[in-house]
Design a protein around this ligand. Structure first.
Ligand code: YNC
Ligand code: MG
Length: 416
């Protein structure tokens, strides 16, 4: 029984089949939307965060660093960087009213937060002007007091005020009702450290030395001499077109304008490319890495891949305090558009080369592990590139939209 979720426009668990895709609650004109904020317990006040202000960005970073998502046995906690939060929460067209904070009235301490930002979400035949909701967090000392439902209702109200009535969100928690469920997979790179912090272990039929050896990735990306390089501003329109065409393979996806492509793949990158062999360096403060393959003769962009940096703090370890994790983000290859590319195994081969190089780049940039979800075309390479099945699940949810469940592989990527 879900006291809160049973009152919301989401498919309820075990609900009967429905007729066709569509909303659960009709949209309403903004005059009919509730005009004042939902009431909070009297010791708290609402506070819209201005994330262009470094002091407020830092307050959010502090709240999340100590109180955001942990794994089941509380060994690791996501530690989004301030640069990441700036990047993730201020894409083109963002609304600062959708950065909803709660402060203690007496001392103004930030104790809870939830964020939304606008997306164009394709779900099968429909294109929805929706929001993506993320970073829901209540301070550890204020848990189980039903603050989360108030935050969710308030961010929903703020979306309604802007004429947005659907949302996409992901959570490890099982709620009514996932549209898709994905599994995390992990490609271990820094074996000694990952064993030391108990992220992984040496199987009984193996030695540490052997485990290190079989998990070595090539130092030089294999596609370097076939035109692999960092994405640049001049690639924007080609990458946008390649992304759009490739993503048509999936029933649910985000549609990106070229402004959004610039934001997601180029901004948040710190220094940027240009330097020779720049891929070899760790880049503190960099959030996203994007590489393209430019065909050396035609100069067309044929492929790209990207990943983002999302460290976790290692809770209570004497030697290591941060796990440097890279997360696979979007990729595409024009091999997918060739006749028979899937049946012949050519798509699988290309993706193995492409993401194999992604592992080399991540390794050289000193990431300890690369994580990937069981979505998009990842099933073609996860196993052969030695990703191991994780125990974490990520559920995808749609707010106020019905559609048949999507196969675990047909879902958009999030930034969790
Ligand atoms: C969750 N993750 O079931 P019922 S993911 C949504 N997402 O309600 P209380 C959640 N709902 O079952 P606490 C949820 N987790 O009684 C719990 N709930 O109907 C539901 N953790 O509230 C739960 N961040 O305040 C129950 O619980 C009700 O104090 C209980 O607070 C929960 O960002 C939480 O994992 C998660 O900070 C804030 O535990 C807290 O425990 C916490 O008594 C660590 O709440 C951090 C963490 C969640 C990460 C994420 C996506 C959030 C999506 C929210 C839903 C958006 C809907 C769309 C809105 C826009 C609509 C438009 C247009
Ligand atoms: Mg609470």
């Amino acid at each position: 029984t879900h006291k809160f979720w049973s009152t919301q426009p989401v498919p309820q668990l075990g609900e009967a089949a429905y007729e066709e895709d569509g909303y659960i609650e009709a949209p309403k004109p903004s005059e009919e939307v509730r005009q004042d904020p939902y009431p909070l317990p009297k010791e708290f006040v609402w506070s819209t965060l201005d994330l262009t202000d470094d002091a407020q960005l830092r307050e959010l970073w502090e709240l999340l660093s100590a109180n955001y998502v942990e794994d089941d046995d509380a060994s690791f906690r996501f530690q989004y960087s301030a640069e990441f939060l700036r990047w993730a929460l201020q894409p083109p067209g963002y609304h600062k009213e959708w950065h909803v904070g709660v402060r203690v009235a007496s001392n103004k301490k930030l104790v809870a937060f939830v964020a939304a930002f606008p997306i164009n979400l394709r779900v099968r035949a429909n294109l929805l002007r929706a929001s993506e909701v993320n970073f829901l967090c209540v301070h550890k000392k204020l848990r189980s007091k039903r603050l989360a439902p108030v935050l969710i209702k308030e961010v929903t109200r703020q979306c309604h005020l802007k004429g947005v009535f659907q949302a996409l969100y992901t959570a490890g928690a099982l709620l009514p009702t996932p549209v898709s469920t994905c599994r995390y997979n992990h490609r271990c790179l820094n074996i000694p450290k990952l064993v030391n912090v108990r992220f992984t272990y040496v199987p009984s039929n193996m030695t540490l030395a052997r485990m290190i050896r079989i998990n070595k990735v090539p130092e030089h990306p294999r596609l370097l001499d076939r035109g692999l390089r960092e994405m640049e501003e001049k690639d924007l329109l080609e990458v946008a077109a390649l992304y759009a065409k490739y993503m048509q393979r999936f029933d649910m996806r985000l549609e990106f304008t070229s402004e959004e492509v610039r934001h997601h793949f180029l901004s948040g990158r710190g220094e940027g490319p240009g330097e020779k062999e720049s891929w070899k360096k760790p880049r503190p403060g960099q959030v996203v890495w994007t590489y393209v393959i430019e065909n050396p003769t035609t100069h067309k962009i044929t492929d790209f891949f990207s990943f983002y940096s999302l460290p976790s703090s290692i809770i209570g370890h004497p030697k290591h305090d941060v796990l440097n994790a890279a997360y696979l983000y979007y990729y595409a290859t024009d091999v997918a558009f060739e006749e028979g590319a899937e049946e012949s195994g050519r798509l699988k081969k290309r993706l193995e080369e492409l993401i194999g190089d992604c592992l080399s780049v991540a390794d050289q940039a000193k990431f300890d592990v690369v994580n990937g979800l069981s979505l998009m075309d990842n099933r073609y390479f996860l196993q052969d590139l030695k990703f191991g099945l994780g125990d974490g699940l990520l559920n995808f949810y749609l707010f106020n939209w019905r559609t048949a469940p999507l196969a675990g592989l047909n879902a958009v990527g999030g930034t969790d």
